[in-house]
Design a protein around this ligand. Structure first.
Ligand SMILES: CC(C)(COP(=O)(O)OP(=O)(O)OC[C@H]1O[C@@H](n2cnc3c(N)ncnc32)[C@H](O)[C@@H]1OP(=O)(O)O)[C@@H](O)C(=O)NCCC(=O)NCCS
Length: 396
């Protein structure tokens, strides 16, 4: 079906979103670059086009994404490869995940969906809808021959356009809340930590994060927690595996910007903070936005043991507060407008209350809405799934 009233740059007529001629296909390398060029209008931020393409290529080479990444384009099947008009584009990343049900945990694979884009002049014609319909079919049929489970039972994305659009295709919104704390200067940091009698923290290098937050022991602990949770309450539980590759990817992104924006400064080496006595650790990254107000130090993930006594609980909350203060100081040093961390647990809520009794959890309605599409019901695993470790590290 051809829309009679629509023509675009080269005079050809645009197909309708429901045309049987539309197909979703993997982009060729040059079509991928073209789709990056198109979406630069929305996402290049402070980078010029060439640097934005370099950033994308750089991220593409990281261990998290290398060989696990597909750029998809919606095109008219009648157009020849390399000359196809890109009607819409998106990306998928294969990721490691954990799935718990009935007290057992499986290491599985999932796909993250990102960069859903349609150029402004083609919007409102149903291309994005068609692309997601086609993508869900592709994902459902995606055979993973080397895996124990031959298909992904779930996929995730982070919507910047609210909770409804992706829900039509099965990506349901999950809890998407955060705390935002202001940066603090060195003097204020020193007096605030002394006054509140907070424990000493240490900053973590990339290697420290690997040792204290991503070791096989820590990952196994998360598997065990999922297994226990799935024994205690019915219904499957999933988590994106919080492996070191995620942190490397986020740091590759921050270093790419830092190198260009602060060319006279050393690259940021403090990648998180921790308190060894209680075993409270966090990893962060600096996110450089289009304007200084958008600059955010994101806490990507927290690691700590659940307390078994009120005294332990108090010590952990104080350690979390101390680590948060250190993050606020780091934000100041790197010109970040705020520190943000997602989906705080009750202990983290208490830690924030120690620092600022007036601080409130923000429930996002539009940006970075964590969404999950589950097809486990078709595999006898129940209608609903719980998402554990729903923290910023899983975003990409
Ligand atoms: C979002 C986007 C991909 C939609 O593309 P599109 O081809 O115009 O979408 P379709 O024509 O298939 O569907 C239109 C529907 O999209 C939804 N939509 C589009 N933009 C939206 C926005 N900013 N907020 C909420 N919903 C939006 C609406 O539900 C709209 O429905 P309506 O027709 O009932 O109003 C496109 O606007 C875009 O590229 N925006 C900039 C990049 C972006 O924000 N991508 C999403 C990242 S999560």
């Amino acid at each position: 079906m051809i829309a009679a009233d629509t023509s675009y740059a080269n005079g050809a007529v645009l197909p309708q979103g429901d045309s049987p001629e539309l197909v979703l296909v993997p982009a060729t390398p040059s079509e991928r670059i073209e789709s990056i060029r198109l979406n630069s209008k929305a996402w290049s931020g402070p980078l010029d086009l060439q640097t934005y393409i370099e950033r994308e290529n750089h991220l593409h080479q990281q261990r998290l994404t290398k060989g696990c990444f597909t750029c998809w384009i919606l095109v008219d099947r009648r157009e020849p490869e390399e000359y196809r008009t890109i009607l819409g584009s998106c990306e998928t990343y294969k990721k490691k995940a954990m799935l718990a049900h009935g007290g057992q945990v499986e290491d599985v694979s999932t796909h993250g969906v990102g960069s859903v884009y349609c150029r402004p002049e083609f919007r409102g014609k149903g291309y994005a809808k068609r692309m997601l319909e086609e993508l869900s079919k592709k994902i459902d049929a995606w055979k993973m021959e080397t895996e124990t489970r031959k298909c992904s039972l779930f996929t995730i994305l982070f919507s910047d356009i609210g909770k409804e659009f992706y829900a039509q295709f099965g990506w349901k919104p999950y809890t998407s809340s955060h705390f935002a704390l202001p940066p603090i200067r060195d003097e204020a940091y020193a007096s605030a930590t002394t006054k509140a009698n907070l424990p000493k923290t240490r900053t973590l290098s990339a290697n420290d994060v690997q040792d204290s937050m991503c070791s096989e022991t820590v990952l196994q602990k998360e598997r065990d927690l999922l297994a226990t949770a799935s024994e205690k309450s019915p219904g499957p539980k999933i988590a994106i595996a919080p492996n070191f590759e995620h942190f490397e990817w986020h740091w590759a992104r921050e270093e790419f910007y830092a190198e260009r924006i602060f060319s006279d400064r050393e690259l940021p080496v403090a990648k998180g903070a921790g308190e060894d006595n209680t075993g409270v650790y966090c990893a962060w990254n600096r996110n450089f936005g289009e304007t200084p107000e958008e600059n955010t130090l994101y806490i990507l993930r927290w690691v700590y043991d659940e307390p078994t006594s009120p005294e332990q609980s108090e010590a952990i909350v104080k350690a979390m507060a101390a680590v948060l203060r250190r993050a606020q100081l780091e934000a100041h040093r790197w010109n970040m407008a705020k520190v943000e961390f997602w989906n705080p647990t009750p202990l983290l809520e208490k830690a924030v209350a120690l620092l600022d009794p007036m601080a409130e959890v923000v429930h996002r309605e539009k940006d970075s809405i964590a969404c999950l599409r589950w097809i486990g019901a078709e595999h006898g695993l129940g209608e609903e799934v719980e998402w554990y470790l729903n923290e910023k590290y899983a975003w990409c």
